[in-house]
Design a protein around this ligand. Structure first.
Ligand code: AMP
Ligand code: GLY
Length: 423
């Protein structure tokens, strides 16, 4: 089978690495890809939202399946684009259609979905530009800290958590009236603050049945001890040690089942990954967010633990036969550490030569923001490369990853030295 992956980060390198192990794979393409995907697939310089160019490529190269990495093309309707085109309609797309992708594309839509289907989540109210005074009044009814969320996609930056009421009011105004976060912030969801520890659960569904994939925890802040600015993710661990059987059963019953059932009831067509961001509050799971794709860097620990043939899994999604799949999971812990460019998540330089990663044998090296320039692998993004290791324990896995991070060099390289510190 010929497969095209859309995207170019660590998530897509991991998916490409896993798909390339399948005897069922013939040719693998990644658009646009990175220096890591170039080793296991053919990179094609096409943007993930350039649907017409994607169509040309798919027809020219007889692509038989498209796997969508990031949320953008899903929210923009890439799956619908295929279904509505006579020449493409028969080609399966792994990733939900636009209507279902709204679960990530609009926080208000996701909250309404959860309320409708009795899925536990923080209490909330939502406000548009005409409701500023109502928004202020709602904030006054809440105890601090205040959680403000831009309704639309804001590249992971749209959530503000503020201790001070005046600051919360002023930020609300900045979002609704002054256009902070642009269109995405023209509606704001204000939520009750939930105090607990976070984890994520990943589900693969074909719209009928589903598989619950391994859990993971990521580390979003740039600084040690979860301090400083938010990033896309600085590292991840799978499985999450505190997600014991009792807690997981609650997640299946209260969250996963009603989510998949809710999609069916609401006629939201879904073939793909559901990433459920959860917080454990007093022993109970509460949903923070839905994402309609895999996480990054969560993919770098979740996918390597899956022992099934990934082409077979995706084929079962396309054929709606996931209920016949017996999911096999590596019982060991996987840990990944992300190396990032100096300055990230603020301004950073690019084009720095990366050395030393070729000597790593006992860990997996997944490229994120890398590029091949005249035979040299150089940095091309904020998050540069992730190193994933297995271990009998989390400590063992982390020790291996950190030992190998020590072999990699590029100017300004930064990474968090405390992944897993809270577990
Ligand atoms: P989101 O973009 O919805 O994942 O939110 C980003 C981060 O904000 C989450 O990973 C949480 O750490 C935090 N967060 C979001 N909603 C809440 C909430 N209701 N209570 C506490 N923390 C939250
Ligand atoms: N690591 C968080 C995300 O992919 O959204």
């Amino acid at each position: 089978m010929n497969i095209l992956i859309l995207g170019g980060g660590g998530r897509e390198h991991t998916l490409a690495w896993k798909l390339s192990q399948s005897p069922k794979l013939k040719k693998l393409f990644v658009a646009p890809g990175n220096a890591g995907t170039a080793v296991v697939a053919k990179n094609v310089p096409i943007g993930v939202n350039d649907f017409e160019k994607i169509k040309e490529l798919v027809l020219e190269e007889s692509v038989e399946m498209v796997v969508v990495g990031p949320e953008d093309p899903l929210v923009n309707g890439v799956h619908d684009f295929f279904l509505n085109d006579e020449a493409l309609a028969h080609i399966p797309v792994i990733g939900p259609q636009k209507a279902a992708a709204t679960l990530e594309g609009s926080k208000q839509f996701a909250k309404e979905f959860m309320m409708r289907h009795g899925i536990p989540t923080a209490g909330y109210s939502s406000f548009g530009p005409g409701d500023l005074e109502d928004g202020y009044a709602f904030l006054e009814t809440l105890p601090p800290p205040y959680v403000l969320k831009a309704d639309g996609l804001a590249a992971g930056k749209g959530v503000l958590i503020l201790d001070d009421l005046q600051e919360a009011k002023s930020e609300l105004k900045t979002m609704l009236i002054d256009g902070k976060f642009g269109e995405a912030g023209a509606r704001v969801v204000i939520e009750e603050f939930l105090d607990g520890i976070e984890l994520s659960v990943f589900v693969l569904t074909d719209g009928k049945g589903y598989l619950v994939l391994p859990t993971a925890k990521d580390y979003k802040r740039i600084g040690e001890g979860d301090s400083g600015l938010n990033t896309g993710g600085m590292g991840a661990i799978s499985p999450v040690p505190f997600a014991d059987k009792e807690f997981m059963d609650k997640i299946y019953q209260r969250v996963v089942k009603p989510t998949v059932e809710g999609l069916k009831i609401d006629k939201l067509p879904y073939k793909g990954f559901i990433f459920i961001g959860l917080i454990k509050v007093g022993g109970d799971p509460m949903v923070i967010e839905y994402n309609v794709r895999m996480g990054d860097p969560e993919t770098e620990v979740v996918i390597p633990r899956i022992q099934n043939d990934l082409v077979e899994l995706f084929q079962a999604v396309a054929d709606q036969t996931l209920d016949q799949i017996d999911l096999q999971i590596d019982p060991r812990t996987a840990a990944t550490v992300m190396m990032v460019s100096g300055g990230y998540p603020e301004a950073y330089g690019k084009g720095k030569a990366i050395e030393g990663f070729g000597q790593i044998g006992d860990s997996l090296v997944f490229h994120a923001g890398t590029q091949l320039r005249e035979g040299q692998v150089v940095t091309s993004g904020g998050r540069v490369m992730a190193i994933t290791s297995f271990g009998g324990t989390m400590e063992e896995a982390l020790k291996k990853s950190y030992a190998n991070v020590g072999k990699v060099r590029f100017e300004g390289m930064n990474y968090r030295k405390d992944i897993g510190f809270d577990l």
